[in-house]
Design a protein around this ligand. Structure first.
Ligand code: SF4
Length: 83
């Protein structure tokens, strides 16, 4: 049976994630897809080659390393890590 929150827990504000997320600014992305090669666990490309970025918190070290590599390599500075 799933555990339910106590009344005290339910009143606690939702804390922001302790983990960053990878964010794409599609307005400046050129769609070449370097990011998908550097962060294959986080980025896939659509049928036009534009990235689709996972919005999940980057909980694993390997995910953060992939995201950081993609952010550094992005020629349009279209990727960011949101704390
Ligand atoms: S590397 Fe940057 S500009 Fe290129 S597809 Fe990815 S987000 Fe877009």
């Amino acid at each position: 049976m799933a555990r339910t929150a106590t009344a005290r827990e339910a009143r606690q504000p939702v804390a922001p994630s302790d983990f960053p997320t990878l964010v794409l600014d599609p307005a400046v992305c050129d769609g070449v897809g370097i990011c998908a090669h550097l962060a294959p666990d986080l980025v896939r490309v659509d049928s036009w080659g534009y990235p689709i970025v996972s919005s999940d918190p980057l909980e694993r070290g390997s995910e953060r390393r992939q995201a950081e590599a993609a952010v550094r390599a992005c020629p349009r500075k279209a990727l960011h890590l949101r704390p």
